[in-house]
Design a protein around this ligand. Structure first.
Ligand SMILES: Nc1ncnc2c1ncn2[C@@H]1O[C@H](COP(=O)(O)OP(=O)(O)O)[C@@H](O)[C@H]1O
Ligand SMILES: [Mg+2]
Length: 231
């Protein structure tokens, strides 16, 4: 099987000299199309830093990341920006929605960044809002939506680019258990395809049942990979 993600000896440190701390140390793993891979571990263990290097946001100090066999950190800055826009959908814990834009405008941002026409972008955004069950909220500002609904808007925004790679950093941390499970049901049934790979960082054990595999990090290292309880 061709891996969706192939990380090889990834290392990232912050600070220099005596102040240098290693956030991620020589981490290697593969993830495959069609799977939901969870990354779990205590706060400060390097999970977000690892996601950032895989999604083309943070350059590693050493090691390589291949996404669909493309070595992303060998690309030019323009190519990396294009990779982020077209290949990766990122959903943050605290949604990162723009309060002054409507829900539909928030979802349309990646399309507008791709220089698509405004009206077309809003129309396409409405389609993705329908997919996440929020079509009737398209013209509202995010503050009028519940936490679970805002998370679904963030999900729709990550989906508009039809990314190969969906990355969630603590997607359910600010949600109650039922809402968190509803989001995960939705991701599993509607977002996961055999051409997409989903990475989820979480310490929410209420959603562990959705993992195909679970990778555990401690102190910047992978300390175990287990099959999930999913199947
Ligand atoms: N921008 C940064 N500058 C300095 N240290 C950082 C930065 N980002 C993360 N770190 C440090 O790297 C380690 C791993 O952080 P992080 O990847 O955020 O862990 P996690 O997501 O598992 O909580 C922590 O010790 C954190 O303080
Ligand atoms: Mg984190």
């Amino acid at each position: 099987m061709k891996p969706a993600i192939s990380a090889n000896e990834l290392t990232k440190w912050f600070g220099e000299g005596d102040l240098r701390t290693f956030a991620v140390r020589e981490v290697s793993f593969e993830a495959y199309f069609g799977e939901i891979l969870f990354i779990v571990g205590p706060s400060g263990s390097g999970k977000t830093t690892l996601l950032s290097m895989i999604s083309g946001v943070l350059r590693p100090n050493s090691g390589t990341v291949a996404i669909d066999c493309v070595d992303i950190w060998k690309l030019t800055p323009d190519q990396i920006a294009e990779f982020r826009l077209n290949k990766v959908g990122f959903v943050f814990q605290d949604y990162h929605l723009f309060p002054r834009l409507t829900t539909a405008e928030n979802v349309a941002i990646p399309l507008i960044l791709k220089k698509q026409n405004w009206d077309e972008s809003i129309k396409e955004a409405a389609h993705y809002l329908e997919i996440v069950g929020l079509k009737n909220k398209a013209d509202l500002p995010p503050v009028k939506l519940s936490g679970g609904e805002q998370q679904r808007v963030a999900l729709a925004r990550a989906l508009v680019s039809q990314p190969d790679l969906m990355i969630f950093d603590e997607p359910t941390a600010s949600l109650d258990g039922d809402t968190g499970r509803r989001i995960m049901d939705f991701v599993k049934n509607n977002i996961l395809t055999d051409k997409r790979c989903i990475l989820i960082v979480t310490h929410d054990n209420r959603i562990f049942e959705y993992a195909d595999r679970m990778m555990r990090m401690e102190d910047g290292k992978i300390v175990g990979i287990e099959q999930g309880r999913n199947d």
